[in-house]
Ligand binder design. Structure first.
Ligand SMILES: O=C(O)c1cc(=O)[nH]c(=O)n1[C@@H]1O[C@H](COP(=O)(O)O)[C@@H](O)[C@H]1O
Length: 281
């Protein structure tokens, strides 16, 4: 199977050309209501199409959150398929936020669902959970390599509950979050200009200087906006690794809809602030 150019290279170029902002497509029921839409498939379709039409030709990454589509069953998943295809056709990279993770043999099927080039939901990258053991993700790593796709592995998540798992210390003295970062570093060794295997590291976490964030791969950083972090926090949280950070904003942008111009302006304000803090750090 001949795949695309590796995700890391495509992402680096998109970040250089468009700036690193990732906007989430998270059609919460409360946002549908704020946009004057019904909490049904038609409302979902209109919401998602509006975001894609407003932003896919200008932001580097769009990240649909699968749960909000799955809520509507097969018709919601059909909207998700269409949104992914339209966003990619308009030039955005799509990170499917489905946070899959299972025993290896089942993980292979999840990988086929999102990372096989002929899959209806093929996406440029997929969020995955390594908490059945990092090795259980190997079928997804292998298929991503073959397809030119990427993964974002939950390492240090933005939510306050994450520490109970991710800060737990192993017998070798390293904590679980740091262990995931080390696995990703090994995955990305020697890749230029950037590896395809990223970590999810929350922008809400404060100073992370005790972690080696230099994984030669992208760092997806949710938590800006609704969860309280700001673009100005990025250099303090990520240090030198800030240049590989893909900051995600979902509700902080989406609450400005349904008008496309207002949505674009909101995304542009975040993008500008991010550009400013990253280039001046
Ligand atoms: O993998 C993710 O995207 C993710 C990881 C994480 O640690 N924290 C986190 O908030 N997310 C996702 O990022 C988005 C954040 O949304 P907002 O808080 O509305 O900006 C949601 O879709 C979350 O599911």
């Amino acid at each position: 199977m001949s795949g695309l150019e590796p995700f890391g290279a495509r992402l680096r170029r998109a970040m250089d050309e468009r700036g690193p902002l990732c906007v989430g497509i998270d059609p919460h029921a409360s946002l549908l209501a704020e946009w004057g839409l019904n909490d049904d498939v038609a409302g979902l379709e209109r919401f998602s199409r509006t975001v894609v039409e407003a932003l896919a030709d200008r932001v580097a990454v769009l990240k649909p959150q699968s749960a909000f589509f799955e809520r509507f069953g097969s018709r919601g998943v059909a909207v998700l398929e269409k949104s992914v295809a339209e966003a990619r056709a308009a030039g955005a990279l799509v990170v499917m936020d489905a946070k899959r993770g299972d025993i290896g043999s089942t993980m292979a099927a999840y990988a086929e669902s999102f990372l096989h080039k002929d899959a209806p939901l093929f996406s440029d990258a997929l969020t995955v959970s390594p908490y059945l053991g990092y090795g259980s993700l190997s079928p997804a790593v292998a298929l991503a390599r073959e397809s030119g796709a990427g993964l974002f592995v939950l390492a240090l998540t933005s939510n306050p509950e994450g520490g109970e798992v991710q800060h737990a210390v192993r017998s070798d003295g390293r904590n679980i979050g740091a262990t995931m970062l080390a696995h990703l570093s090994a995955e990305n060794a020697g890749e230029e200009p950037l590896g395809s295997f990223g970590a999810v590291v929350g922008a809400t976490l404060g100073d992370l200087s005790s972690y080696d964030l230099d994984i030669n791969g992208p760092l997806l950083a949710p938590g800006i906006g609704a969860q309280g972090a700001t673009p100005a926090d990025l250099p303090r949280v990520f240090g030198r690794a800030v240049r590989n950070v893909v900051p995600n904003v979902s509700r902080g942008v989406l609450r400005h809809g349904p008008d496309a111009v207002t949505l674009r302006d909101a995304a542009e304000r975040f993008a500008e602030e991010i550009r400013h803090t990253v280039t001046s750090s």
